[in-house]
Every structure is written in C-alpha cells, then in structure tokens.
Ligand binder design. Structure first.
Ligand code: KG4
Ligand code: ZN
Length: 333
C-alpha cells in the first residue's frame, strides 16, 4: 500500500493506492484563497499546505480504511513546482516515512501526470504519445515504458496551455483558475467569431501561446465596455478554440511523425471538454483520465512511484526539492 503526498502548487493532496494501482482514496484540498489575487501566491500556498497537509493525510488513510501500519511506501512530489510548497510535502513525507523506517519514493510531478494514464486505463501499454498540458508545463512525449525516462518531443517555448487559459480568463474578467471558468463562458459563444493565432505555421512539435494572449489583449482593448460585455462569450469560445487547435495540430503531427497509434492526455487542461472531443476525433486510440486524475492529485504520484526506485531509510533524509522542469526534461533527453 502506497501513501502519496502532492503539494507542488496550490492543492494539498494525499492518496492511498495499492501496489497494483487500485486507488483507495484521493483527497484534494483546493486552497480557494488564491482567487482574490488572480493567481497562486507561493508564500500563501505553502502556509496553507502546512495547515492542511496533516488533515489531508489522515483523511486519505481514513477514506482508504487503512492505518499507517499498512503503508509500505511513502511517495512524494519532489519537483518541479513552488519550492516552499514542495518543501511542506517533502518534509511531511520524510517525517511519516522515517517514523516507521519506511522507504520513500521521490516523484517528478510531470512523471505523475503521465502515470495518471496508467491508473485510469490499466490496459494502456507503451509505446504511446502523451500530451501533458497543465498550468506550469505543456509538452508532448513519447512514452516507451512506465518509468520517468519518457522522451520529450516538443514543449512550450513560452506560456503553458493552462497559463494561456488563466491569462485569457483574467482578461475577460473571470476568476482563477481560469480554465474551467473560460470553458463555461465559452459554451454560450461562437468559436468562429474571432480568429486567434494557433502558431500553426511554426514547424515542429513545440508550442507557443504568448502571441495568442497578446492577440486577445488587443481585441479586448479595442472594445468599449458594452461591446466587451456582449462579446465576452464569443471571445472566450474563439480563444479556447485557438488553444485547442494549437494543441491538436501538434498532437496530429506527432502521431504522424512517430507512427504511434495511441495517445494519452494529462494535466489540468486535459479536463477541457472541447479539447477531449477534438483529440478523440483524431483517430488514435485515446486514453482520457477522469478529471480528478488530470488536475493535480496525489494518486498520480503514488501511481508513478510504482515505477521509481525508492530510497531506503535513512537515505532520503537529506533529499531536497527542485523548482524547474529542466531536470525532468534533461532526463528525458
Ligand atoms: O495540472 P494542474 O492541476 O496543475 C499544474 O500542474 O499546473 O493544471 C492547472 C491548470 C490551470 O491553468 C487551469 O486553468 C487548467 O489547468 N485547467 C483547465 C481546465 N481545468 C483546469 N483548462 C481548461 N479547461 C479546463 N476545464
Ligand atoms: Zn500538475
């Protein structure tokens, strides 16, 4: 039985997953507080993690119906993410593991997003193409086995897709996180009303979302407040369509280039309905995890831990967190 903790951003998460990948509990405590700032404030996030993490762990154990003595492995997100937030999770995991002399598996957050697909779809066998699109990262990878050594084929050169959703939502006067709010507003809009760039002419498999956000900014600036109010849903629908297209065009290209026939998607943006629909139409066999396994959660960290070599006590006591994705991407080469 694996106990996992995830605190890389603003969700305090704990989960219990069996060695065979059965999710016994998956507790996600979202810190609604960041809404008022229009984004996550790192110091506030880490202070909230500190208040919530003990309860999240207890809750995960209680919901799974297991005691700490049934836990054989503690898994935790080591990075990338907000350093002060990660430190809360890592310190908690060290304390729980060390108290019982348990091994500890340090997990890369992005490997976790990839591993969510294996939990959601136990029949999923590598090789496959993975699209991971979250608030901090957006990349395409070729997955040849279950470990963290997937090969990154393309990644964003500027903003992540989730960041594009969040920034666009902010320009349209919506709260944080912007993705779900923008998706809701877009339902009443015409996605053909405005033409936004998808960087389709950019060759290769890298993404770029900075131009899109600027294009929306100019559109919004051109309008007086009455017009903006009338056209908000159209702007949202057209903007969402551009993000969906930018992602889908590259997924299609990658499937062609690699000859892979399976596609798995993950990360918060993979919760987006129109994106799921568009990718389902590509013809590849697609694995779409349920929304609670797409957005940040600890079950995916436990899932990834099944394919990470754990450190025995006391080797993990001086383990540190890391902030950026460079380490993960470098491993993947
Ligand atoms: O994976 P995640 O929960 O956290 C990170 O690792 O970043 O992703 C969060 C991101 C946010 O930018 C949020 O706006 C976006 O995922 N997101 C969505 C949707 N749900 C969450 N974007 C578009 N449509 C959604 N339904
Ligand atoms: Zn994430």
């Amino acid at each position: 039985m694996i106990l996992a903790i995830e605190t890389s951003c603003d969700d305090t998460c704990a989960a219990v997953v069996t060695a065979t990948g059965e999710i016994r509990s998956n507790v996600i405590s979202s810190q609604g507080i960041h809404d008022r700032y229009g984004g996550v404030v790192p110091e506030i996030a880490s202070r909230h993690h500190l208040e919530l993490v003990g309860a999240a762990v207890n809750d995960a154990l209680a919901r799974a119906g297991v005691g700490l003595d049934e836990i054989q492995l503690v898994a935790v997100t080591q990075g990338p993410g907000l350093v002060a937030a990660l430190l809360v999770g890592l310190s908690t995991a060290k304390a729980v593991a060390a108290a019982r002399r348990l091994p500890l598996a340090p997990v890369d957050h992005l490997h976790g997003h990839v591993a969510a697909s294996f939990l959601a779809d136990p029949g999923l066998e590598p090789p496959f193409l993975a699209l991971i699109a979250s608030g901090g990262h957006t990349f395409l990878a070729r997955v040849d086995d279950r470990g963290p050594g997937y090969a990154v084929l393309g990644q964003t050169l500027d903003d992540a897709a989730g960041e594009a959703f969040d920034k666009g939502a902010r320009l349209l006067g919506l709260g944080y996180p912007g993705g779900p709010a923008l998706e809701r507003l877009a339902r009443d809009g015409d996605r053909e009303a405005f033409e936004f760039p998808t960087a389709a002419r950019m060759r290769g498999l890298d993404f770029s979302f900075a131009g899109l956000k600027t294009a929306l900014l100019y559109r919004v600036r051109e309008m007086d407040s009455g017009e903006l109010q009338r056209r908000r849903a159209d702007l949202a629908a057209s903007y969402q369509r551009a993000i969906v297209e930018a992602l889908s065009i590259r997924v299609e290209r990658a499937l062609e280039q690699t000859g892979l026939e399976r596609l798995a998607i993950g990360g918060g943006v993979a919760a987006n309905g129109p994106l799921r629909e568009r990718l389902t139409g590509l013809g590849a066999r697609i694995s779409v995890p349920p929304i609670q396994l797409c957005t940040d959660n600890a079950a995916m960290i436990a899932g990834a831990a099944r394919d990470v070599v754990p450190l025995p006590f006391p080797e993990y006591l001086d383990l540190d967190v890391y902030a950026t994705g460079e380490r993960a991407l470098a491993v993947a080469g």
